[in-house]
Design a protein around this ligand. Sequence first.
Ligand code: ZN
Length: 227
Amino acid sequence: MTTGISLGRAGRAVLDLLLPVDCAGCGVRGSPCCPGCAAVWWGLEPVERGATVDGTPMFALTRYRGVARRLLLAQKERGRRDLGAPLGAALARGLTNLPAEYRQGELRLVPAPSRASAARQRGGSHVLALALHCAAVLRTQAVRARAVPALRLAPGARDAVGLDAEQRTVNLRGRVRTRPRRLPEPGTRVILLDDVITTGATAAACVRALGNAGIKVAAVLSLTVAG
Ligand SMILES: [Zn+2]
């Protein structure tokens, strides 16, 4: 006999609206990410990883641990879609803190692609959600920005958790593909967004795939960096 109640996606969405929200970082009631936890995103540091391509600079807001890690995992693995807005706003803040050379003109925010199976389970790509929210925040600040899902992962890539740098590179080789109709227009400045930089292999594969399509990435910006 089953006693559990099964809710469809629509049912869960209604419940999300009705129930008070807990901060996914610390559990305090009131908002998906309380002001205290949001402060974890206020930094910005350059990231050095061997796998970067053509010297494309990489930046992260903070380390992948503690509150930052809990917030990311809640959005990515536990269905906390209400974190898209605060985490996207954190990326927007980080982007406006980048050196001016990386954010002049019209911006195109390209999310690092998720595996299709993982995105399906999560109800959509979580990094695309971040990019959409980030672009929306920037537009309120009169920055011309748009999220463009220009990359996809071809089938066959494994979940990268537990893989070392070389295994990650092999796992992604040839599997990061461009979507020709979603490519940033010529003359726009392209920022690659991600939630966590581990070895830099994903960012490198994305930069290379876009480069092969004639698109230069100005900088990589990630919420967190591992290690
Ligand atoms: Zn909190």
